[in-house]
Design a protein around this ligand. Structure first.
Ligand code: DX5
Ligand code: ZN
Length: 227
């Protein structure tokens, strides 16, 4: 079952509660936290996440593009996040951090920038609930999808199968009607979409359309056979 997570980075930040309502039926709301150090952009922090968690029933999928996630990630669980993704490039102790996120009651997830390979982290996978393969350089919405990430998505799905893990595989960046099928065929099952959802006339309809495309592509995919 494909999950679609609209990214509020492309929404109107002055109307976040309404913008969450506009994508009713989505599986998660993707919240990009940027600190202007790990990435050259700045968005929002713990207080906004606390307010948003109170304002919507849709669970929050936090994507922390920040330095020192070891210090901050647990605070986002306390703020009401259902899933917290940290970048492995920024984490000092990823296993300890994943365990702490889980112990506090959220799903733990690890993100990889386009230049970061998955193979060195094979042994960490059982500690995680999701892996995020970035399909653009993190920092901004509306960038072009990087096709060259498709083999990494495929290899990550192979590792998940090899270890027989219940691990979700998320893609983020340039995911749209024109690219989602390729991601799904390669092995992704959770899709972040910012401009493709909030740039559409009817965001909820865009979510349904993306979900339909992803599920159709997964139906015949090598990795989903028998699921
Ligand atoms: C980029 C963010 C994405 C962003 C995606 O660094 O992590 O979540 O919102 O935007 P689109 O879907 O427009 O590429
Ligand atoms: Zn993101």
């Amino acid at each position: 079952m494909a999950q679609i997570n609209p990214s509020i980075l492309s929404a109107d930040f002055a109307r976040l509660a309404d913008e969450a309502e506009a994508v009713r039926g989505s599986d998660w709301l993707h919240v990009d936290v940027m600190d202007n150090h790990f990435v050259p952009n700045l968005t929002l922090g713990v207080p906004v996440v606390e307010s948003l968690a109170r304002a919507t029933d849709i669970p929050l999928d936090l994507h922390l593009m920040i330095e020192d996630p070891d210090r901050w990630a647990p605070q986002y669980v306390e703020a009401g996040a259902g899933s917290v993704t940290f970048h492995v490039e920024a984490a000092a102790a990823p296993v300890r951090l994943a365990r702490e996120i889980r112990a506090k009651g959220a799903r733990a997830s690890m993100a990889l920038k386009p230049g970061t390979p998955i193979e060195p982290y094979e042994d960490l996978l059982p500690e995680l609930d999701m892996v995020l393969i970035m399909t653009v350089e993190p920092g901004f919405g509306g960038q072009a999808f990087l096709d060259i990430m498709l083999p990494k998505i495929r290899r990550t799905r192979e590792l998940i199968a090899k270890h027989d893990l219940e691990l979700w595989l998320q893609v983020d960046g340039g995911v749209a009607a024109s690219t989602i099928e390729r991601c799904s065929e390669a092995g992704a099952d959770v899709f972040v979409a910012g401009s493709a959802v909030y740039g559409a006339e009817d965001p909820a309809e865009a979510v349904r359309n993306l979900r339909g495309l992803a599920e159709k592509a997964a139906a015949d995919a090598w990795w989903a056979c028998g699921h």
